[in-house]
Write a protein that binds this ligand. Structure first.
Ligand code: RP5
Length: 153
């Protein structure tokens, strides 16, 4: 799938080592993706424009990673009804608890599906499961992967 179906956003270049893990998994699964750095606080207009245009560009899900006062996922969710997956990133004085609570505590009607602190891999798997709703061949791949996991445990 070379068409971009999943966006991977992060609030700072410093988030890249964590968010690269999401890209690696999407690449392994053959899901077209794009990686962009944009801050909800430093570049709010860019974030708004990305969220507002994502559906028309054919994206099916958006993964957002940010640390500390982690508002990127929420800001994106405010601008689209595409599924938004938040990755709270461990950084700063509170070791990721700040980012976890900032990401997960969204108001009713504007959800962010929040994974674990630094949980970029699960963010990618969740995005893949969303993409699989409209790509049956990917669903088969994910089902096979689960069977392998069961065999390995
Ligand atoms: C957030 O603050 C970023 O997502 C990053 O995790 C954290 C630190 O940002 P930088 O100071 O590295 O830009 O905006």
């Amino acid at each position: 799938m070379s068409v971009v179906l999943v966006g991977i956003l992060m609030g700072s270049k410093s988030d890249m080592p964590v968010m690269d893990k999401a890209r690696d998994i999407l690449d392994e699964l053959g899901i077209g993706n794009e990686v962009k750095v944009m801050s909800a606080h430093r570049q709010p207009e860019m974030v708004r424009a990305y969220a507002g245009g994502a559906q028309d560009r054919g994206l099916l899900a958006i993964i957002c990673g940010a640390g500390m006062a982690a508002h990127l996922a929420g800001a994106v969710a405010a601008g689209t009804t595409l599924p938004v997956i938040g990755v709270p990133i461990k950084s700063g004085a509170l070791d990721g608890m700040d980012a976890l609570l900032s990401t997960v505590m969204m108001p009713t009607g504007v959800p962010v599906a929040t994974v674990a602190i630094d949980g970029a891999k699960n963010a990618a798997y969740l995005a893949a499961q969303i993409v699989a709703n409209s790509h049956p061949e990917l669903r088969e791949k994910l089902d096979e992967m689960r069977e392998t996991m069961a065999g390995d445990s």
